[in-house]
Write a protein that binds this ligand. Sequence first.
Ligand SMILES: [Zn+2]
Length: 194
Amino acid sequence: MTGRTHDVAAITALGALFFFTIGPATTITLSTILVSILANQVGGIAPDIDQPTAPFWHNLPIGGPIGRIVDKLLGGHRFITHSLLGVVLFGLLARLTLTVLQPLIPSVNMILVWLAFMIGLLSHLIMDTFTKEGVPWLLPLPIKFGIPPLRRLRITTGKFVENIIILPGLVALNVLFYTTHYDAVLAIIHRHIQ
Ligand SMILES: [Zn+2]
């Protein structure tokens, strides 16, 4: 999947969790929401740091060469960062980073920020599972899993199905979430500008 689809998938997963489990009626602060969205988007593209051409590296001034080195260190594309082992390692690293940052932004609920990051991360691996390359979920077991199991029925990254069906479908889901919960979203904003 492309970085753009991963971004939208991550925010869709976060929206689904927020509207259908935590619930917009909770007393979540606006700062927690904003930092959570940021963490969610970082989580949504984080596994692709093993790809020298990833948007993450393109946005850095000397990202290309660094990306190639990181690619080698992490075992090449779709290796450790695309596995459950990688999820645990990313999770620990994120937890540590957020604990260090917590005193700087005390109004932010770091548990929710961490959850948002992890949801972005998991959405990435789930989305990649639908692509031709598959995902080595159970590393060090060197097997790449995909849905559906038949490789040629899966999606090719950046091609028709992703661009014409998956991406617009995810955008439509977001529109649905926010229009059906419009009053609740407005209530959160009002609570913070009064
Ligand atoms: Zn990926």
